[in-house]
Ligand binder design. Structure first.
Ligand code: ADP
Ligand code: MG
Length: 342
């Protein structure tokens, strides 16, 4: 169905008519000039991310439903990284002529599924035509008690550094999809065999935010001293924490959590596995520090792994390789990751 047959208002109504409100902090959602929210005795957290076709995603291999899901989840991840709970999102869309009503239904199905799973209300947005593809801007509002918000700048010398889940898989998933895209270029039926690589694809196409980790830490009475979500790669995020906090760090190569499928893929692509895990990005895991005194308590939490410790700024920000050599961490970001053999 052509979008023009519904018109802008008809389209918004069509896409959002099944939207229900889950949170008491949402006083008014879609349907007026602005949403109305109430954060009594709480702090409100606000974060925005944009996703542009051709820059952040490639619709050749990203299904629109997954894109909707991921667009929402990456915003939730930023709120969890502040030790908060996401409550509302607004969605701004620029849509080129190429898209049909059904395409947008798929996108909204993913968006609404994420909202359902994470308990977030869709409370508004904006819709416009675009000349150059799909543009998505999502703003997420969350809540936290003032005394439980965790910033990037409060890591202290001797704190322990933890990370949830495993790293590098989303990056490997992207490499895999890009390779298959090149191989299948021009062919109509794009059905490559991804058997045994499902985890990598899932991590790239349908990431999750670590709501569970925030919950487990709270349940165990642990308040991190600093926290950040891993969107641009472990190196880059750790350097953010160290720079903002005025400290140094030491992490151990052998402790970086990596999934078996990630390791296998790195070998097939002849890539350095540690480099991929350090700089891959889009993992949406939580990286945080806790005081040394909480070490024993932390040992009981399976979802996170101890990867190193904070030290004095004068000692630098280093990775201790398996052979004991110290390598200075660099914020490469995932775009500049290079193959070891090229
Ligand atoms: P305005 O003219 O005030 O910008 P709109 O006609 O753009 O209002 O929007 C009407 C209502 O629909 C508002 O509540 C707005 O937040 C909501 N809305 C617009 N676009 C979207 C969208 N893409 N997704 C969800 N809600 C939307
Ligand atoms: Mg508008």
């Amino acid at each position: 169905m052509e979008i023009s047959s519904l018109g802008e208002f008809g389209l918004i109504k069509h896409l959002t008519e099944k939207t229900t409100i889950k949170n008491s902090s949402t006083l008014k959602g879609i349907g007026d000039d602005a949403a109305v929210l109430s954060y009594k005795d709480k702090e409100a957290l606000v974060t925005t991310d944009i996703l542009l076709e051709g820059i952040h995603f490639d619709l050749t291999y990203v299904p629109l439903k997954h894109l909707g899901y991921k667009s929402a989840v990456v915003n939730f991840s930023d709120i969890y990284a502040m030790n908060g709970q996401p409550r509302q999102i607004t969605v701004a869309l620029g849509i080129s002529k190429r898209f049909s009503v059904e395409d947008l239904e798929d996108f909204y199905a993913g968006l609404q599924l994420a909202c359902e799973i994470y308990g977030v209300d869709l409370v508004g947005g904006d819709t416009s035509a675009s000349l150059t593809g799909l543009c998505i801007g999502i703003t997420c509002i969350g809540e936290a008690s003032g005394d439980r918000i965790v910033y990037r700048n409060k890591a202290k010398n001797t704190d322990l550094i933890y990370v949830s889940g495993d790293l590098g898989a989303a990056y490997m998933g992207l490499q895999l999809l890009e390779r298959e895209k090149a191989v299948f270029a021009g062919e109509k039926d794009f059905t490559p065999d991804f058997a045994g690589k499902e985890y990598l694809l899932e991590r790239q196409l349908k990431p999750e935010a670590r709501k569970d980790v925030v919950h487990i830490l709270e349940e165990n009475g642990i308040l991190p001293t600093s926290m950040i979500d891993v969107s641009d790669g472990l190196s880059s995020e750790l350097l953010h924490i160290c720079t903002e906090s005025g400290v140094g760090c030491r992490i151990y190569e052998e402790r970086i959590p990596i999934d078996y499928q990630t390791a296998l893929m790195a070998e097939q692509f002849n890539m350095n596995l540690t480099t991929a895990a350090l700089n891959g990005g889009e993992d949406y895991e939580l990286l945080f520090t806790v005081p040394l005194s909480l070490h024993e308590k932390m040992e009981r939490i399976d979802a996170v792994k101890l990867i190193g410790n904070i030290c004095d700024a004068a000692e630098g920000t280093n990775l201790i390789a398996r052979d004991g050599t110290e390598i200075a961490l660099v914020a490469q970001g995932w775009n500049s990751l290079e193959r070891t053999n090229s």
